[in-house]
Write a protein that binds this ligand. Structure first.
Ligand code: IMP
Length: 427
């Protein structure tokens, strides 16, 4: 691990390369104790990491999961959307497990607040879309970002001016009630927020300045990505995406730090592919084998409990992420889940009307006509449990990893072979 970390430099980002749930939390957890600050730059409580350690189950939605290590400080950047009441609950539930968190969290004054009405709007829009729904987490993420972009959003700093805050909440409640007919109780919203105001106030920080100073002082920063590149509002499978820039650019805008302060980008890729929610998924397996993969990999959403859709590893998807984000190295997760699969398949190329294309077509018509070229490889039967060296993996597993590496054009520098934080092979 130390060897691996020393190659990365001061500040490191961890990004999902597929559709989320690649197992980012595990690497963050394994690396965090070697960092001073762990930052979230985009999204909200739509993310979910559950970490079980010493028999205790810690659940993180909005807070960076790196907070599990008591030496770290967690930063929630200006690019995030935050339900402060849910955040206090998340902090309280971690504290009830004996983890001191309150004095280790900084929330950007510029972070946008997420209200109950955003959740109601999220559910209402999904409902109206019927079969065309996105399959959101119903956490109000899209509607909170809509308010931000429409320039009617309410920010954390508004907590410091109660009269104006009350007025803004009333205006937004009326607007959403009129627009979509959702129930917006402006008094309840205001009081709900007031119930946590005093607890939250000390956490509010000019996080951009705080981070710039920390970087200047040589502190080590881990940028903990949420969701994944193919859920990015611009680069993902629009409209089946989340509502923020979860690819690398979101780190700089979502935290107010310079691109020059990032020294290494780790992409997390599952050894197969999963997706929750609707939207294109070229290598999806809808047969019995897909179900088996779901059970073997425990593929159920951490935030919503929904069964994840499962499919073969898609090198086109991951290469697209590597190229756009400038990913420096890959952490390949859950290789152990593939033990016992007789023949493995990897999608290597896409063609549309005989022409090679390099990303997923987002129109329905083109999605339907997509031709996928697969490569087949022999699988392995042995369990990978306890293996610490790449050379000790079954030959076929080594070949699978090396093939992925050459197809995506990026080194696989760590490999997950089990549930525990120590079940990692570094190369
Ligand atoms: P939203 O972010 O709740 O608006 O959901 C938009 C899409 O992103 C849906 O397909 C969700 O299932 C997906 N999504 C959001 N957060 C996550 C995540 O943390 N992991 C995997 N998928 C996610």
């Amino acid at each position: 691990m130390h060897d691996f970390l020393s190659r990365l430099g001061q500040n490191v980002a961890i990004l999902g390369t597929q559709w989320g749930d690649e197992g980012k939390g595990k690497l963050v957890d394994a690396m965090s104790e070697h960092f001073d600050l762990i930052c979230r730059s985009t999204g909200g409580a739509n993310a979910g990491h559950t970490i079980v350690t010493n028999g205790k189950k810690y659940v993180f939605h909005l807070l960076p999961s790196g907070l599990l290590h008591s030496n770290t400080i967690g930063v929630v950047g200006n690019g995030c959307v935050v339900d402060l009441v849910d955040l206090v609950e998340e902090i309280d539930s971690l504290e009830s497990l004996g983890l001191q968190v309150f004095d280790r969290v900084k929330i950007s004054l510029r972070a946008h607040l997420l209200f109950q009405y955003h959740k109601a709007v999220d559910a209402e829009i999904e409902n109206r879309k019927g079969a065309a729904k996105i399959g959101t987490t119903h956490r109000g993420i899209g509607p909170a970002y809509e308010d931000k972009i429409a320039r009617i959003g309410i920010r954390a700093e508004d907590l410091l001016d109660i009269d104006l805050l009350k007025e803004k909440i009333a205006t937004n409640c009326k607007f959403h009630a009129q627009n979509l007919g959702v129930i917006c109780d402006e008094v309840a919203e205001f009081e709900r927020l007031m119930s946590v105001r005093e607890k939250i106030k000390p956490l509010l920080t000019d996080t951009s300045k705080y981070l710039r100073d920390a970087i200047g002082d040589g502190k080590k920063i881990l940028f903990e990505g949420a969701q994944a590149h193919h859920l990015d509002i611009d680069h993902g499978t629009y409209p089946f995406v989340t509502s923020s820039n979860v690819s690398v650019g979101g780190i700089f805008t979502g935290l107010g730090v310079s691109p020059k302060s990032l020294h290494h980008i780790i992409g997390i890729a599952k050894a197969y592919t999963t997706r929750v929610g609707m939207g294109p998924f070229p290598t999806e397996l809808t047969d019995e084998f897909g179900n088996q993969l779901r059970e073997n990999g425990g593929e159920y959403g951490a935030t919503t409990g929904r069964p994840r859709r499962c499919g073969w590893f898609d090198a086109v998807v991951v290469k697209n992420t590597v190229d756009i984000n400038g990913v420096d190295s890959i952490n390949l997760t859950k290789l152990d889940v593939l033990s016992g699969v007789k023949t493995l398949k990897i999608a290597t190329q896409y063609f549309l009307d005989g022409q090679e294309i390099f990303n997923i077509p987002t129109t329905k018509k083109h999605s339907k006509n997509l031709e996928i070229k697969y490569l087949e490889m022999p699988g392995w039967t042995a369990s990978l449990s306890g293996i610490k060296q790449f050379e000790d993996l079954p030959k076929e597993a080594q070949q699978y990893v090396l093939k992925i590496e050459s197809l995506i054009g990026c080194k696989v520098s760590s490999i997950g072979v089990g549930m525990d934080r120590t079940d990692l092979i570094f190369r």
